[in-house]
Design a protein around this ligand. Structure first.
Ligand code: NAD
Length: 251
């Protein structure tokens, strides 16, 4: 019970890494607000947590919209009776050669990836500060530190999250708020479909993964969630401003 009594908001928790993390948070004793643009799957995450005896609520949120995020922090804090943890996990991916990339795709990645972290932090910090502290975890990516062909806009958007995290950590440390980010490598969720299409399909992706990942396989959401639990918990109480790479040994 590493998160006993903690109150957490997790964005992008309808599916994939966010959903698995929300379930693990609940098993570790946290009450959780699941925020996502995908209402049907978000409600399913909540029901699964409740079926296992956990406490969860759903708030429909488009993280690229500041009004939505402000309302999420307010409603989430009211529902949970306070806030200890914010996991800015929602994300979007588009892949393609730089010369064929258009501004709409670039702007979408910047809005859903780093800008959403800015909105979440901006509105959560007053609550966390008033309570005397908390833990913020931002979802970055291996692409932020390593790059990757066809991933220029995605890498730039996630690199911004790493830099944002590193600038925030000293700013918020005096208030007892820790800020870290996670940089997963290839994790097996439908999220990578644009990158897989760019690479030439699932078989080619499988071949590349075997070649570049020393462990020879993709990771699973269940292998990222414990890292987020650790960063959210008091086990990492002296740690802030870090970008933890979890990638089967690539980097
Ligand atoms: N899968 C990987 O290989 C991988 C690697 C590194 C980083 N990540 C990051 O992990 C995070 C979760 O990805 P995942 O692999 O679990 O994929 P996923 O597609 O299962 O999860 C992404 C979630 O974000 C939600 N979302 C998208 N746009 C949104 C918006 N505007 N407002 C609210 N919610 C929105 C989606 O509905 C979905 O539930 C992302 O930030 C992604 O960049 C994934």
């Amino acid at each position: 019970m590493q998160l006993e009594g903690k109150r957490a908001i997790i964005t992008g928790a309808a599916t994939g890494i966010g959903a698995v993390t929300a379930q693990m948070f609940a098993r570790e004793g946290a009450s959780v607000v699941v925020a996502d643009i995908n209402e049907e799957s978000g409600q399913r995450t909540v029901e699964e947590i409740r079926d296992q005896g956990g406490a969860a609520h759903f708030v429909r949120t488009d993280v690229s919209n500041e009004n939505d995020v402000e309302a999420l922090i307010k409603q989430g804090t009211d529902a949970l009776g306070g806030l200890d943890i914010l996991f800015n996990n929602a994300g979007a991916q588009r892949s393609g050669p730089i010369t064929e990339f258009d501004q709409t795709q670039w702007d979408l990645l910047m809005a859903v990836n780093p800008r959403s972290c800015f909105f979440g932090v901006k509105h959560a910090v007053p609550v966390l500060r008033a309570q005397g502290g908390g833990s913020i975890i931002n979802m970055a990516s291996l692409a932020a530190v390593k790059g990757g062909a066809g991933l220029t806009a995605y890498a730039a958007s996630k690199g911004a999250i790493v830099a944002f995290t590193k600038a925030l950590a000293p700013e918020l440390a005096p208030h007892g708020i820790r800020v870290n980010c996670v940089c997963p490598g290839w994790i097996d969720t439908p999220f990578n479909r644009p990158a897989i299409d760019y690479m030439g399909g699932p078989e080619e992706q499988e071949r590349v993964v075997k070649k570049i990942v020393p462990m020879g396989r993709q990771g699973k959401p269940e292998e990222i969630a414990p890292i987020v639990v650790y960063l959210a918990s008091d086990g990492s109480s002296y740690m802030t401003g870090q970008a933890l790479v979890v990638d089967g040994g690539v980097y």
